[in-house]
Design a protein around this ligand. Structure first.
Ligand code: PBG
Length: 331
């Protein structure tokens, strides 16, 4: 048998011109794919650049309205808020988390006042409020205790809802917290408040810049491997997601993002629930530093990584690049 003179199918026909590539694209990014995390600081009229996250700042509450308007006009549907609690308000028992006038609650109200139609997501975990930097209460042996922590997380979620949060996102990885929060929200009449569970959250080295941004890094005693997942596991992620869905999560999240795209894809394929990925602080920093070092074009690196989340099946992405990426898409 002789070889045919020509290949019967030339895949390059589909790549030959921009219009053809556009027509055949299987996945597309849109500004509505993004949730924009913002850091909040105390003070008046402040912008505090975060050294560990080039291009990202903490904003005082009265500067958040501007950010919300920027996000809304770029088509970003939702903002996620993280407070840098002043040191004197951090304690062993994280009581500031339950203060209805704390930084995060003030931030939620400021955003809702400025732009009522943008979604606001708040993080449920104690690390911005504890003197030891852990997401829960710590016992005498330095171990994070589950059930007492869950009681506090429930109170924290109720306080955030009272301030106007649309989505509460437990990022603490305690067992049973989603069910406990769901039941308490229903009892309190917050039946419209959604839960996005940080369902598969790994004990990752990519959270470093975030911990600087919220001021918990220097305080952290030990590590979070007793509650966050082992990066070696992915079947376990499916069990975590199944539990959180059964307990009432409306949407689930995989975190970090790029190193765990396989998990994003398995979760989406297995459960068909809204599945978000968090492109975390260390991933953001990696792209920014690579671009600054001349290793690649920043915007191209940004868009290629964001598109990868869509290809893996993510419904959307929490990313510090949200505003820049949305503006690029808007042209
Ligand atoms: C804390 C929390 C963390 C992040 C979001 N919520 C850090 C951690 O678990 O130590 C990380 C986000 C990022 O790195 O961008 N509950």
């Amino acid at each position: 048998m002789s070889q045919p003179a020509y290949p019967s199918l030339r895949m390059r026909r589909g790549r030959r011109a921009p219009w053809m590539r556009e027509m055949l694209a299987e996945h597309r990014l849109h500004p509505s794919d993004f949730i924009w995390p913002l850091f909040v600081c105390s003070g008046d009229g402040c912008e505090e650049p975060i050294d560990a996250l080039p291009g990202v700042s903490r904003w005082s509450v009265n500067r958040l309205g501007e950010r919300a308007r920027e996000a809304a006009s770029a088509g970003i549907p939702c903002i996620a808020l993280f407070p840098n609690t002043p040191g004197e308000l951090r304690s062993e028992d994280a009581r500031e988390a339950l203060n209805a006038n704390n930084l995060i609650c003030s931030a939620v109200k400021a955003i809702k006042d400025a732009v009522p139609d943008i979604g606001v997501l708040t993080d449920v975990a104690l690390d911005p409020y504890t003197s030891h930097g852990h997401d829960g209460l710590v016992d005498a042996d330095g171990c994070v205790v589950n059930d007492d922590t869950v009681k506090l997380l429930v109170e924290q979620a109720l306080v955030q809802c009272g301030a106007g949060a649309d989505i509460v996102a437990p990022s603490d990885m305690m067992d049973g917290r989603v069910g406990a929060i769901r039941a308490a929200l229903e009892d309190a009449g917050h039946c419209d408040t959604a839960i996005m569970a940080y369902a598969a959250k790994y004990a990752s080295a990519f959270y470093g810049p975030f911990r600087d941004a919220v001021g918990s890094g220097g305080r952290l005693k030990g590590d979070k491997r007793g509650y966050q997942m082992n990066p070696a596991n992915s079947d376990e992620a499916l069990r975590e997601v199944a539990l959180d869905i059964a307990e009432g999560a409306d949407m689930v999240m995989v975190k970090p993002g790029l190193p765990y795209l396989d998990v994003v894809q398995r979760v989406r394929d297995t459960f068909q629930v809204p599945t978000f990925a968090y492109q975390v602080s260390g991933e953001y920093a990696m792209i920014e530093h690579a671009a600054r070092a001349g290793a690649g074009d920043r915007d191209a690196l940004m868009m290629e990584t964001l598109l990868a989340f869509k290809r893996a099946g993510a419904t959307g992405v929490l990313t510090y690049h949200a505003l820049d990426a949305a503006r690029l898409l808007n042209g």
